[in-house]
Design a protein around this ligand. Structure first.
Ligand code: NAD
Length: 357
């Protein structure tokens, strides 16, 4: 396994591998940038085919966190942890306690929280050994906790902005939205869409999750292999990354793609393919920033629920701005968002360098 020539490597500041076999813990923390502040991003607990795949995931996700935090105007850089789930049984409490000790050794350069496969309970185990953890409900001030409902709200606002850009209206009543993945975020997104009067098509490999959306939101089920090509106005990827690629993009019927999943584009070229097909793509890390806004607020004294909801609702305005700039300059929205995020990070680096001189 190489690091500097690994897919996803983007001049990351640091990559930490950790191994604690007694706790069944093996994983990677990638710190992409601390130019804007400590690297902040969730911890993914997932089964990887090999450690090279885990490294690529950590590298790409941590870069995404740098861009996400920059565009969400948060005083944080980007980082991400991946823990490789093994085949055998594991004491999950002991595993996350050991992970908490690892996070503590980084002295605050990286702050962790939930991501796919991790829960509030896991973060409570982490918190026994480090204060550099968020996503745990607090008694005083802004409550915080599970970021998923707040993420879903941001995705909903971003989706409306993308619909306005593509269809000239952000009224989703009567529109058909195909949602892939009805987990923590997908479920709350379906709830908001149902309330807004949208028709829902849903797909989840976990049938319990799919059934819940069918019974609560009158959603219609679609098999996993058909959800991308389903007859819908909007496609919302809310499972895992890489679903938009050279094979799947030509099959899309939806004219808007707006969902929660990180790294939806398999490669940079896929952003260009979407634009060429006349599909409006709401960049994933722009519209799924609600969760990080929420967990960051847990660490901000004086933060309020109203303040967090206001910041999350601004995701809609920001998405609209990126989409118009992208259209004006004939650049795919994914590239426009990257460019704007890189400018913010570069400016912070210049300011720091000037202060140090
Ligand atoms: P989750 O694990 O709760 O839900 C994911 C769901 O997708 C599960 O129900 C799973 O069964 C389903 N799934 C997996 N593969 C599938 C497939 N091929 N077809 C259909 N369904 C499939 O995760 P989550 O917290 O809801 O996060 C979803 C996505 O959003 C992830 O990519 C995550 O990184 C991203 N995200 C989440 C948050 C958050 O606050 N939870 C914040 C930002 C981004």
């Amino acid at each position: 396994m190489s690091i500097f020539s690994q897919p996803g490597f983007d001049n990351h500041e640091a990559v930490h591998a950790f191994n604690h076999p007694e706790a069944g813990l093996q994983g990677i923390i990638a710190i992409h940038s601390t130019a804007l502040g400590p690297a902040f991003g969730g911890c993914r607990f997932w089964t990887y085919a090999n450690d090279s795949d885990a490294l690529t995931d950590a590298l790409r996700l941590s870069q995404g966190m740098s861009y996400k935090n920059a565009l969400a105007e948060l005083p944080y850089g980007g980082g991400k942890a991946v823990i490789m789930r093994g085949n055998g049984a594991v004491d999950v409490t002991a595993l996350f306690e050991a992970y908490g000790r690892v996070v503590e050794t980084l002295g605050g350069r990286y702050i962790t929280a939930e991501d796919v496969g991790t829960s509030v309970e896991n973060m409570r185990s982490v918190a026994k050994f480090t204060s550099y953890v968020s996503g745990i409900p607090k008694k005083d001030g802004y409550k915080g906790g599970d970021p998923s409902p707040v993420t879903a709200l941001g995705v909903f606002e971003g989706m409306k902005a993308a619909a306005r850009h593509q269809f000239g209206t952000d009224d989703l009543a009567g529109m058909t939205v195909a949602v892939q993945g009805i987990g923590h975020v997908g479920y709350h997104l379906c709830s908001l869409l149902h309330e807004a009067g949208a028709e829902l098509l849903v797909s989840d490999i976990n049938t319990d999750n799919e059934d819940r959306a069918i019974s609560e939101f009158s959603a219609k089920p679609v098999t996993s292999d058909k959800i991308l090509s389903a007859a819908a106005d909007i496609f919302a990827p809310c499972a895992l990354g890489g679903v938009l690629n050279v094979q799947t993009i030509p099959t899309l019927k939806a004219k808007v793609v707006a969902g929660a999943a990180n790294n939806q584009l398999a490669t940079k070229i896929d952003g260009q393919l979407l634009s060429a097909a006349g599909i409006t793509y709401a960049p994933d890390y722009v519209i799924n920033a609600g969760g990080i806004i929420s967990v960051a607020a847990e660490r901000t004294s004086g933060a309020t629920k109203e303040g967090v909801l206001g910041a999350v609702k601004r995701i809609g305005k920001r998405t609209g701005k990126i989409l118009s700039r992208a259209s004006q300059s004939k650049t795919p929205p994914s590239e426009m968002a990257d460019q704007m995020a890189r400018e913010i990070i570069a400016k912070a680096k210049t300011t720091t360098a000037k202060q140090a001189a």
